[in-house]
Design a protein around this ligand. Structure first.
Ligand code: TXA
Ligand code: MG
Length: 342
């Protein structure tokens, strides 16, 4: 068992030193916390998979502290990539580009000829990476099978004893993982929706973008998260509730004591729904995204909860990313009166 140290943003030199020695340090970003290791140190990267319990053919994001840090690895920076980098970095857009052969360990790329690059919009983490002087791999810092962590406490809960430290910079603001855009293919393709939308990308690169729904077969190397591996779903059944169905859903839930609610603050809840049965999600889709994973973790720790009600939103803006994570957690199941258990 390792002692997992919690670092404040003032203690970055110590955290950077650990990373240079090949240790694992979790870091904050604007989306979710990442699990860092020196991306050029293959044994360190391999320990990231072990710490998370993650399948080792699922490639890792290469997280940089400034845009120039991608140069030793990429073949060229196409004009589209440069325009997106200039516009969206630092920010929640991960870009996949072809890399120079053997410029990164196979443990990072999963043996692919491309890598995913990201510059997070978090000053503490930019400083940390620049102190290390090397890019860090940065998968979400949850153990495999748990929702991505949006606080240092979530990381501690999942990985204590398995990693050397966590840099605690408070809760993340966006709450869902970055948009992943594949620029290594003929038509730019979104592999995972996030806060940067296809429309925003199209407006910068002046060409159409595919929002892909391809499913990967057993023997294929996965191109994006959630395509091959079972994505996070809690042991309780999540039921997505459309705006007009809340009254019916609450009527049903009020007759039971095993239903938790991820509750929009605009929803008037009867007294039956105590603090224990309610996790406040906020007012709008930005709040819902910021709080979804923490809310799912809240009910995960409560064995008597068998159902979780959660609000559906439209697919505009951040709605696409929020609904993507919610649909996965719910196995795409909506609240419907006629299919509910007694
Ligand atoms: O917001 C985020 O992106 C967070 C924060 C910590 O930066 N990171 C994150 O990493 O979500 P992770 O590993 O949980 O998800 C990244 C996904 C992987 O599941 C992998 O399938 C995909 O990116 N990926 C990485 N490299 C790839 C590549 N070369 N080609 C296609 N997909 C790739
Ligand atoms: Mg992840």
């Amino acid at each position: 068992m390792l002692i997992t140290k919690v670092y404040s943003p003032k203690e970055l030199p110590q955290a950077a030193k650990e990373l240079q020695l090949g240790e694992l340090i979790a870091f904050p970003t604007e989306t979710v916390y990442g699990l860092g290791a020196d991306a050029t140190n293959a044994p360190a990267v391999k320990r990231v998979y072990l710490a998370k319990g993650r399948p080792s053919d699922n490639p890792l994001i290469v997280t940089v502290g400034n845009p120039a840090m991608i140069k030793p690895y990429v073949k060229t920076i196409p004009a589209t990539a440069q325009a997106l980098i200039d516009h969206f970095w630092p920010g929640p857009l991960t870009i996949i580009l072809p890399i120079k052969p053997n410029s990164l360990p196979d443990a990072v790329t999963g043996g692919l000829t491309t890598a995913a690059f990201r510059l997070p919009n978090n000053h503490t983490t930019q400083q940390l990476i620049n102190l290390v002087g090397k890019p860090l791999v940065g998968p979400s810092a949850n153990s495999s099978g748990k929702p991505s962590p949006t606080t240092a406490q979530h990381v501690y809960h999942d990985l204590v004893g398995r990693i050397a430290g966590i840099v605690d910079d408070g809760p993340t603001t966006i709450g869902v993982e970055s948009t992943i855009l594949d620029l290594s293919v003929a038509t730019p393709t979104i592999l995972r929706p996030g806060a940067v939308t296809p429309e925003q990308i199209e407006a910068i690169i002046h060409q159409p973008v595919i929002a892909d729904h391809h499913h990967v077969g057993k023997n294929e190397v996965p191109k994006a998260p959630g395509m091959k591996y079972k994505h996070y779903a809690p042991s309780a059944q999540v039921l997505m509730v459309a705006k007009n169905d809340w009254q019916k859903a609450l009527d049903w839930a009020q007759k039971r004591s095993d239903v938790g609610i991820l509750a929009p603050t605009t929803l008037a809840l009867p007294p039956h729904f105590t603090h224990e049965l309610t996790y406040p999600l906020g007012e709008n889709v930005n709040d819902f995204s910021a709080n979804l994973f923490a809310g799912l973790r809240y009910f995960d720790d409560d064995e008597k909860i068998k159902f979780i009600l959660a609000p559906k939103t439209d697919f505009e803006g951040l709605g696409a990313a929020y609904m993507n994570r919610l649909q996965k957690a719910a196995g795409n199941t909506s609240f419907a009166e006629n299919t509910l258990p007694e």
